[in-house]
Write a protein that binds this ligand. Structure first.
Ligand code: STR
Length: 362
């Protein structure tokens, strides 16, 4: 039995309470090097009272980039820029994980010198992403049909995650979180909808899990299992990927992850993206498959979080949109509000407005 404001330990990192800031893409990195900006330092410092901040998705390579002005963690300049952020968050008393992101086919040739993005298979893909338009402003465009990663491309991708982990550690992050959710690259391999491969990375559940587990093993090897979390969304519809057998496959993957003693499993639930809520039967089966710390996320209310914490089905909760609008969200939850309303018009791209100007309680 636990509550939101009890401490919890995620691997090597002790949290003073269980309110986590979810990873949130804001598309405000500095071009052309995709470095975290000074404004983003201010944004994260304002939110340092979170039990843990999980950074916005941070691409592990240029192939891993899918939207304009998202930050990377594969160049020296990017590591130096992140160092400014992590130092400032630590000075403000916080903890921060780097979310390692590879978008796979949710991308566009303009990010890859005119070449199509990479994925598990070269299947036509009906979805859109956001590139820089001719006027410099965000523009929605169709994603092209991707190219299937070759065996060499897969090995390079695993190496990119390993390198990104070394970089994240050097940049002063407390943890890394592998993004294996929401229809991005690792999920594209996990799902039979997007993975039609006939080699060791496609076909059976074990084969489809192979890339994710190779990435997990490379990342833990580059740092330590107690510094590594992973985010999954086995049930739901994300980025044009709907996987009806996802629940069972997700439980199988959770079992494999449990054997690796990771810092945490971060479950992104379907309701935030318009899907039906998970039931406690699935949660109980996930808990049985993965006895380590579980962070629940996805349109949670404080009441839902307290109920699931009390039932022992999750160990912490991540809030996204509420943290955008409420830099001091833990204090506001403690006092039962009031809460600022988030403005979706300023979620993605732009400057200070809707980013660092939401007020804290007086
Ligand atoms: C989906 C979930 C995730 O893991 C990462 C992102 C970041 C970029 C988001 C994307 C989201 C949802 C669709 C968005 C996209 C940026 C532009 C795109 C919001 C939240 C749209 O404008 C539809």
């Amino acid at each position: 039995m636990s509550t939101l404001f009890e401490p919890v330990t995620l691997g090597a990192v002790a949290l003073p309470h269980r309110v986590v800031m979810a990873p949130l893409t804001r598309m405000r990195a500095t071009p052309p090097g995709d470095t975290a900006s000074e404004l983003s330092r201010e944004y994260y410092v304002q939110r340092a009272s979170a039990g843990l901040i999980v950074s916005e998705g941070t691409q592990v390579s240029t192939w891993g980039k899918g939207y304009m002005d998202t930050p990377g963690i594969h160049t020296l300049e990017q590591v130096a820029a992140w160092r400014e952020v992590t130092d400032a968050v630590h000075a403000a008393g916080g903890r921060i994980a780097a979310q390692l992101w590879h978008v796979g086919r949710v991308s566009h040739e303009s990010f890859h010198d005119g070449e199509p993005p990479v994925s598990a298979s070269a299947l036509p893909y009906r979805n859109r992403t956001t590139v820089r338009g001719e006027d410099g402003r965000p523009q929605r465009v169709n994603c092209p049909t991707p190219q299937a990663l070759t065996a060499r491309g897969i090995a390079q991708t695993v190496e990119d995650y390993r390198r990104a982990t070394v970089n994240a550690r050097e940049a002063g992050f407390d943890l890394v979180e592998i993004h294996a959710a929401h229809g991005y690259l690792l999920h594209q391999f996990l799902s039979p909808v997007s993975n039609h491969r006939d080699d060791a990375y496609g076909g059976s559940v074990e084969n489809r899990e192979r890339l994710t587990l190779e990435v997990v093993d490379a990342v833990t090897d580059a740092w330590s299992a107690d510094r590594v979390g992973i985010r999954v969304s086995p049930v739901g519809k994300f980025n044009g990927l709907e996987d009806l057998g996802g629940g069972e496959a997700g439980l199988h993957l959770a079992g494999e992850l449990a054997r690796r003693d990771l810092a945490y499993l971060h479950l992104s639930e379907p309701d935030w993206a318009g899907g039906p809520a998970l039931d406690d039967d699935f949660r109980a089966r996930l808990r049985a498959a993965f006895p380590g710390p579980i962070i629940g996320a996805g349109a949670y209310t404080a009441e839902k979080a307290e109920r699931l914490l009390g039932a022992g089905l999750i160990d912490a909760v991540a809030f996204g949109r509420a943290f955008i609008a409420n830099p001091d969200l833990p204090a506001r939850l403690r006092s039962g509000g009031p809460f600022n309303e988030p403005d979706p018009a300023t979620f993605y791209g732009g400057g200070a407005e809707g980013y660092v100007d939401y007020p804290a309680l007086g």
